[in-house]
Design a protein around this ligand. Structure first.
Ligand SMILES: [Zn+2]
Length: 283
């Protein structure tokens, strides 16, 4: 009798033990199956995910200053025309159109006001528009950080009134060296302006007739050997316009693309090194 009771007790214990084991296993299965769902609804993780996505977007924006591509990877030149608009701008536009070329025009504010219809034509033709100030007078422009900034802001406002485009692309009169000291650069930079100098000087203002074309071609060939993308300074003037098709024929035959500056490009400008000084302390 006692043996039978002990056997029943043993059997009952075994049943209880296995039923507990079963419940335990079921809990484990349940917890495993719910884990991923709980994770995906974890608000803390969602917050972290969103914040990392936001950081990614911000860092992408910071990287939006696109560097110029090596001319040995992509044959590109950047044509720039200063001091316009003028009565020959439309001739320049015709030549550019003929060769499917883009360019950038750094324009003077009073001339934009005189010839708004030409400014509009430049934009309609798909070229970039930039600012070259108001007076083109170095004594005035480089007099102070404030005078340089005001000239560019005045030109920016006029261009925007004419075209609706708020351009930050600037070229200072006669280039940034020597009068654009670091304090000038910092102020223009803090207002979002993108300063562009050049690395090919056409000297089209001093060379007679079409000689500038040859000097530009020589400089382009040297720069390409040095793996530097050419940025060509020219002027919006009659002699330049007359001989422009010769230069464009060369560039086109050599397989160059002629592109405009974009706001998100990392600008090329002359480095001060020890060369910059304020106009007022000039000896
Ligand atoms: Zn100029």
């Amino acid at each position: 009798m006692r043996k039978r009771i002990l056997l029943l007790f043993f059997l009952a214990s075994m049943v209880l033990f296995y039923s507990c084991q079963l419940d335990l296993n079921r809990d484990q299965v349940d917890s495993k199956s719910t884990e991923p769902i709980e994770t995906s609804h974890n608000p803390e993780l969602e917050r972290n995910k969103k914040s990392s996505e936001r950081e990614k977007t911000e860092s992408e924006n910071l990287e939006s200053d696109i560097e110029l591509v090596s001319p040995n990877i992509e044959k590109t030149v950047y044509l720039t025309f200063d001091d316009g608009p003028t009565s020959v701008t439309t001739d320049i536009l015709d030549a550019l159109h003929q060769f499917n070329a883009e360019a950038t025009f750094f324009m003077l504010e009073p001339l934009m006001r005189d010839m708004p219809e030409v400014v509009t034509k430049i934009v309609e033709a798909g070229h970039a528009v930039g600012l070259h100030g108001v007076t083109h007078n170095k004594e005035h422009f480089y007099q102070s950080e404030q005078s340089a900034l005001e000239e560019m802001m005045t030109a920016q406002k006029t261009l925007q009134q004419i075209t609706g485009i708020r351009s930050n692309l600037i070229r200072t009169p006669y280039g940034s060296v020597p009068y654009l000291t670091n304090s000038f650069r910092d102020i223009l930079d803090s207002r979002g302006f993108k300063l562009w100098d050049w690395n090919v000087d056409s000297s089209d203002w001093s060379l007679s007739s079409g000689q500038y074309v040859e000097t530009v071609i020589n400089q382009i060939e040297n720069l390409v050997k040095a793996d530097v993308a050419p940025i060509i300074l020219m002027h919006d003037k009659q002699k330049t316009a007359e001989h422009l098709p010769i230069l464009l024929t060369y560039l086109s035959d050599q397989g160059y693309q002629m592109k405009r500056m974009e706001e998100n490009m990392l600008p090329y400008n002359f480095n001060c090194y020890t060369r910059c000084h304020r106009l007022t302390v000039q000896k």
